[in-house]
Design a protein around this ligand. Structure first.
Ligand SMILES: NC(=O)c1ccc[n+]([C@@H]2O[C@H](COP(=O)([O-])OP(=O)(O)OC[C@H]3O[C@@H](n4cnc5c(N)ncnc54)[C@H](OP(=O)(O)O)[C@@H]3O)[C@@H](O)[C@H]2O)c1
Length: 292
């Protein structure tokens, strides 16, 4: 299968490259240096040129705090860019899988979020991602689906695991938020989920929104401890991780307290499982520490 991925240097784009190649697919990743997804004509031309069997959007404005003062750019990428890709895919009748976020929810309550629960983003990033989902819906029926995921980590790019390893290398004590819950999710597992969904999106068995995340919801505090336990396999020191509250760690954008996604709809797809995020964590830690 020929897969066209919008995005090239981000976590998910690189994981799509890895997992797509491992599964024998021909994966073409287009980065911002050659094409901005905010440019409708460039997106349409790329779809015509590559004529893929599957299109994946791994490009996004993901700087959650910066988005608070950069709404125009966040919406240009996350709303307009998504619409441009979805429109080009629909016009060419090519299956399209878009990736969205737990940040479309307000984080209230303590039960996992279902796909049809009311949205209520707390910040500009979540609002711009939600607007991208709505832009896809507004285009009408097409062979496309949205995979919402959360707390993405990988050996690539900026992410929580990399940050913890850097801080843990020279600090004996750390303070990490313990009152936000979610599903850590390895980017490589998202790539596998996208490849698993692809035939179902192509033949109409999968339409609309699906939630996907690592098995075993947790807190950032417990996730940090798991990072250090994993790094200890390589002889790295284990710092003391003190639990703090969200109020102790103010950020420009508010974060949802309960980010846990209910993934039953995804799990009903043939062959679908929720991978234990600890497995992906060990792989990411191994790769990050090997790279120095
Ligand atoms: N990271 C998370 O924790 C998380 C959680 C939930 C959902 N998600 C979603 O998962 C998806 C993948 O996220 P990720 O972690 O892989 O993000 P990432 O590592 O930040 O990668 C995003 C990529 O998009 C590129 N990009 C930004 N604007 C672009 C434009 N106008 N045209 C083309 N490319 C552009 C970026 O390029 P530059 O490097 O040049 O900026 C970057 O390579 C996104 O849809 C995100 O919203 C992420």
């Amino acid at each position: 299968m020929k897969v066209l991925v919008f995005g090239r240097g981000g976590q998910l784009a690189l994981a799509m490259r890895d997992q797509g190649a491992a599964a024998g697919h021909d994966v073409v990743c287009l980065g911002r240096e050659s094409l901005s997804i905010a440019d409708a004509a460039a997106v349409a031309a790329a779809v015509r040129t590559h004529a893929p069997d599957l299109i994946v959007n791994a490009a996004a404005y993901t700087a959650v705090d910066k988005a608070e003062s950069d709404a125009q750019e966040a919406f240009a990428v996350n709303r307009d860019g998504t619409r441009h890709i979805a429109a080009a895919a629909r016009d060419a009748d090519i299956p399209f899988i878009h990736v969205s976020t737990d940040y479309v929810f307000d984080g209230g309550g303590d039960r996992p979020w279902r796909e049809d629960d009311a949205t209520g983003p707390l910040g500009v990033y979540g609002a711009s991602k939600l607007a991208g989902e709505q832009a896809m819906a507004d285009l009408g029926p097409a062979r496309n689906a949205i995979l919402r995921t959360s707390w993405v980590f990988s050996p690539y790019g900026a992410n929580f695991v990399r940050t913890m390893l850097r801080l843990g290398a020279d600090r004996p004590e750390l303070r990490v938020v313990a009152d936000q819950r979610g599903r850590p999710t390895a980017a490589h597992d998202i790539a596998d989920a996208i490849l698993l969904m692809a035939p179902c999106v192509a033949d109409g068995r999968a339409r609309g929104i699906f939630h996907f995340g690592g098995e075993g919801p947790t807190t950032w505090h417990a996730f940090a401890q798991a990072v250090f336990d994993s790094a200890a396999r390589h002889g790295r020191p284990v710092p003391v991780v003190h639990p703090i509250t969200t109020a102790d760690y103010p950020t420009p954008a508010r974060r949802p307290a309960n980010s846990v996604l209910a993934c039953d709809r995804y799990l009903a797809l043939p062959g679908a499982i929720l991978p234990d995020w600890h497995v992906g964590l060990d792989r990411a830690v191994d790769a990050l520490l090997a790279a120095g």
